[in-house]
Design a protein around this ligand. Structure first.
Ligand SMILES: [Zn+2]
Length: 424
């Protein structure tokens, strides 16, 4: 059966796909309603105050939502899930005062994850990614962007992308893979970063594109990572290979990434914690989605959160993502990111929900398919024991959905959630 009614929805939150500038109230809410889903997409939404559809004779599954809140599944537009080991050992060192950069310089940080990935098989990596996809689903995330970037050789980057494909093929969470060969300069190229950039541009990017392993190319523009001229070369190679472009920029220092992303029409510019007003205007004009990553700012014990309100004032489109990775942000919870965005960036709960759903969909170039539950959109749905969506960021560190649907199929539920019944 490919037809499902979700009835008795207490409140249905519908992020508005058209509203992308100053957001204010970017989420429409319909109270006491139902959804009809056909072939994995929303076909029809009931009127407010109409908890179930008029009787239908057609056989269909029916799911009694019992007054629960329904939201779109989250779209996490920035994750690094292809790694072997957690880096909890660095946690104590950072608490005692070492910086992320000092730990990296001493052989920890990204390079310790690189050692893990290089020594792993594709199956080992895929099995770990699969478990992490399970956790995303439990936290309400139904689509992720996922980066390689802990291999840093042609072979190990392609292996990481293959692990993503293998894990995603057998999992309800949808994955959009990104090649992040330009994550950091590996030790064997430290003496000549330009030589490594050439390897990324001339061999890694064309190989990933030829094997259809990546949707996008990403580069980390930062002191100690890649320079602006090197990032430009990566963008040129990505564009030549026909891939979408992303950039990690302005995380610790301001480095011209906004102008580069705008010039190349990048799909997303991520972090942007130190972007100036001129940069924000360029991003807005070029329609580049800014991916906000407050979890990394929080977990590194920093205080410079991205200027989200100024971004909205400048008509930037924003997304909210986790930056899930073993070093600077080991959480997979978008509800927790919503809390940080509200408290630290002064987004309203509705703006945070918009950014974690519709904003993420824009950052994936999938805004005509996911991110809301208007008719025609994919039926990726979370049900919550909550009266309204403000409860999600309010319920700080506690919020997770009770049931999750992907393309109209019930793919996760807690034991307290109803099961679907067949009706005639
Ligand atoms: Zn990142």
């Amino acid at each position: 059966l490919d037809r499902l009614f979700i009835t008795h929805i207490g409140a249905l939150a519908l992020p508005d796909p058209a509203r992308t500038g100053v957001l204010n109230l970017p989420v429409d809410v319909i109270h006491d309603t139902w959804l009809e889903i056909e072939d994995g997409r929303v076909k029809q939404i009931g009127a407010a105050g109409e908890p179930k559809p008029p009787d239908s004779t057609a056989a269909a599954l029916r799911y009694h939502a019992g007054g629960r809140l329904a939201t779109p599944g989250f779209v996490d537009a920035h994750t690094h899930p292809v790694f072997i080991s957690w880096r909890s050992g660095e946690f104590l060192r950072r608490i005692r005062g070492e910086t992320y950069q000092q730990i990296a310089a001493a052989g920890g940080g990204i390079l310790s994850s690189v050692r893990g990935v290089r020594s792993a098989t594709v199956e080992q990596l895929a099995e770990l990614v699969r478990k992490r996809l399970d956790r995303f689903l439990e936290l309400g995330t139904t689509t992720i962007e996922a980066k390689s970037g802990y291999g840093l050789t042609v072979e190990d980057e392609l292996k990481s992308l293959r692990a993503l494909h293998t894990a995603a093929a057998a999992h309800p969470v949808e994955v959009s893979p990104t090649l992040l060969g330009a994550h950091t300069i590996p030790p064997e190229h430290r003496h000549n970063p330009d030589e490594y950039t050439t390897l990324v541009c001339d061999r890694m990017i064309p190989a990933a594109a030829a094997a259809r392993l990546a949707d996008a190319v990403d580069v980390f523009l930062e002191e100690g990572a890649f320079t602006l001229p090197q990032a430009r070369r990566v963008f040129e190679a990505g564009r030549k290979a026909g891939l979408s472009l992303r950039i990690h920029a302005d995380q610790f220092t301001s480095g011209g990434g906004a102008a580069l992303a705008a010039e190349f029409g990048a799909l997303s510019a991520d972090h942007m914690d130190h972007t100036d007003e001129a940069g924000l205007k360029l991003l807005a004009q070029a329609g580049v989605t800014v991916v906000l990553l407050p979890g990394a700012v929080f977990f590194l014990g920093l205080n410079d959160y991205a200027p989200a309100r100024r971004m909205l004032d400048n008509n930037c489109r924003i997304a909210l993502a986790t930056d899930f990775n073993p070093g600077s942000c080991p959480t997979q919870s978008l509800p927790l990111m919503m809390t940080l965005a509200c408290i630290k960036m002064k987004l309203t709960p509705a703006e945070a929900l918009w950014a974690a759903t519709m904003g993420g969909a824009y950052a994936l170039g999938a805004n005509d398919r996911i991110g809301t539950l208007k008719p025609g959109y994919q039926a990726d749905i979370c049900l919550w024991v909550a009266d309204d969506a403000d409860f999600i960021p309010y319920s700080f560190g506690n919020a997770s959905p009770e049931a999750v649907f992907k393309r109209g199929k019930l793919v996760y539920r807690r034991s307290s959630a109803p099961t679907a019944d067949l009706i005639q």
